[in-house]
Design a binder for this molecule. Structure first.
Ligand code: NAD
Length: 556
């Protein structure tokens, strides 16, 4: 009989106001690490994979247990260092220092590629942290829903008179992030067809109400989409299959959507984007036995996929890249005009970044959904004139199913996030909330990312590839009172293409927390404004002047 390995444990974060760690910052870090791996939250918890291809929360199970154990004994003047998912040291620091510092997937630039990373990963020396996986602030698909909605709503404003009603969006990928697309398009009023190769991902999105229905075939999807479009009905359709085959087939059928994009895990050619395989072929076997042949197949498939998107664009569809580096993969495979369609940040999001706006999220450590409902109501009162926020929070409170610890996300900017955080801290202090609240953000962010094919694509001053900014952001968070800070390489777009920093703070109701929150949640979005002001964006310059940033080189 063959010996089987111990099954991976099922992880669920503790709930409630009793903590076993020596401070709420440590307790919060521990619960958020565990929450990232909750089966309701993570895509493949057995493998410690949270989302985004192989984005992991800890290097391996022994490292996970050691982190939990260490956080429980960590003093309030100590800092735990995590090197790509492994706890490597506890250092005496001071009470205002972050309790945890994390560095994920970083490689010296000359070696910053998947080949080197894979070798080191297989040797057990590193881990891919993606964005919020390795920085312990992933909250499930809701985390990206608001951002995805902002993107499609912005596309609607720019191209379709303010609503996606009567339009069809074609996309692919129903994973951790991509799974938000159908609901986001629906919220913006439109119809979507989302191609997904893995039936279990389709089922998950149906179960969590992010997807309405599945088509039986390509023809069925076209028929349904056409009917809903004509009726002006907002509805989402899943389609099982490989995008590299189905998008070209749609082109061949002379069918053109109104919008086309993609959110498969194209950032990772080896483990993310799946090339088409014959019925008698096993993709996993091919990858293990003939990695080079497999990689070539993945690249060819991405080239075919992008050629089809370009053809749809030529026929009138609004095409944009959705932050997964698909264009770059196609370019490497010989599609010279792959960058003829823009990334979503320059196309739709940059103005928000100029105001320091981006995905701001919080999590109720009580585990009680009523705590999130109370924060929803509090924010509606705090920002009565922000129509987008009002619409989103009203919708989200009613419709979004929580995954793991109850959480919420919305977009707030400079001189807004600190106000929200201080309000939450007061609510913890006076008992309106039952336990502390964790406050963090995505790395899809205004001032903490250098990613030339995503967040910093087509910067006005050409500074796309300068990564001093995320490093400064990492330092600013540490200097301003964050509970934990992380610095990552390769999130979103893959190794060699991005560097970014993550920030998490904790509102535990104390005066000390108020001081930390007011500084780090002012300075962090402030980095977004100043980064764009420095690049010469008028809107960012105006925001910097109006909201009181001190920028010596700009005379502000
Ligand atoms: P994921 O790995 O959880 O999901 C990817 C999905 O794509 C999987 O379900 C997989 O089965 C499917 N897929 C792979 N190849 C396919 C193919 N050829 N045809 C059809 N389906 C295929 O990843 P995710 O978390 O959903 O992220 C998707 C991509 O978006 C990643 O590249 C990620 O880096 C990027 N991303 C974008 C944003 C953003 O804001 N735009 C944010 C984070 C991540």
């Amino acid at each position: 009989m063959t010996q089987t390995a111990d099954p991976a444990p099922v992880i669920r974060a503790p709930r409630g106001s009793h903590k076993t760690a020596k401070g709420w910052l440590q307790e919060a870090a521990k619960r958020m690490l565990m929450n990232n791996l909750d089966p309701e939250v993570a895509e493949h918890p057995d493998a410690l994979v949270v989302y985004g291809g192989r984005g992991k929360a800890a290097r391996n199970w022994p490292a996970f247990h050691k982190i939990v154990e260490t956080l429980d004994r960590l003093e309030n003047d100590e800092t735990l260092l995590i090197q790509s998912g492994k706890p490597v040291a506890v250092l005496k620091t001071h009470e205002w220092a972050p309790r945890v510092l994390l560095a994920n997937s970083n490689l010296v630039p000359h070696w910053a590629n998947w080949e080197t990373f894979d070798r080191l990963d297989q040797a057990g020396l590193t881990m891919y942290g993606q964005m919020t996986a390795g920085s312990w602030i992933y909250i499930g698909t809701q985390g990206i829903l608001q951002g995805t909605y902002e993107t499609f709503a912005s596309a609607a404003r720019k191209h379709f008179g303010g609503s996606l009603k009567g339009t069809v969006t074609l996309t692919a990928g129903l994973g951790g992030m991509g799974g938000a697309q159908p609901l986001a398009v629906k919220l913006a009023g439109g119809v979507s067809i989302t191609i997904e190769v893995d039936p279990t991902r389709i089922q998950k999105r149906l179960d969590t109400r992010y997807l309405d229905e599945v088509a039986d075939s390509l023809e069925d999807a076209i028929e349904k989409a056409g009917r809903y479009k004509a009726e002006g009905v907002a509805r989402s359709i899943g389609l099982l299959g490989n995008a590299a085959e189905l998008v070209p087939q749609l082109v061949a059928l002379n069918w053109t959507p109104d919008l086309v994009t993609d959110q498969t895990s194209a950032h990772d050619p080896m483990w993310g984007y799946l090339p088409p395989v014959a019925a008698d072929e096993d993709a996993g076997h091919l990858r293990a036995e003939q990695p080079e042949a497999y990689r070539r197949r993945a690249y060819e498939a991405m080239a075919t996929h992008v050629r089809a998107i370009l053809e749809l664009q030529r026929r009138g569809a609004v095409a944009f890249d959705y932050g997964n580096n698909l264009r770059q993969r196609a370019l490497e495979a010989g599609v010279e005009d792959a960058f003829d369609y823009p990334g979503f940040v320059p196309a739709f999001i940059r103005d928000s970044f100029c105001e320091g706006r981006g995905p701001f999220r919080w999590v109720a450590l009580s585990g009680d959904p009523e705590d999130i409902r109370a924060t929803d109501r509090a924010l509606l009162e705090l920002f009565p004139k922000d129509e987008r926020l009002q619409a989103w929070l009203t919708y989200a409170a009613d419709q979004i199913a929580f995954q793991g610890l109850p959480a919420r996300i919305c977009w707030l900017g400079y001189k807004e996030r600190d106000r929200a955080a201080l309000l939450f801290n007061e609510m913890v202090a006076d008992g309106r909330l039952k336990a502390p609240v964790v406050i963090g953000r995505d790395h899809l962010d205004a001032g903490s990312v250098a990613s030339p094919y995503r967040e910093t694509e087509a910067m006005k001053d050409g500074s796309d590839a300068i990564s001093d900014w995320p490093l400064l952001n990492f330092g600013v968070g540490i200097a301003s009172g964050a509970a934990w800070m992380s610095f990552h390489h390769g999130g979103g777009v893959g190794l060699g293409f991005s560097q970014h920093s993550g920030l998490v703070a904790v509102a535990d109701g104390t005066d000390d927390a108020a001081r930390r929150l007011s500084r780090c949640l002012t300075n962090d979005p402030g980095m977004g404004v100043l980064r764009h002001a420095d690049a010469g964006y008028d809107l960012a310059l105006d925001v910097a002047r109006e909201r009181g940033l001190d920028l010596p080189s700009l005379g502000i």
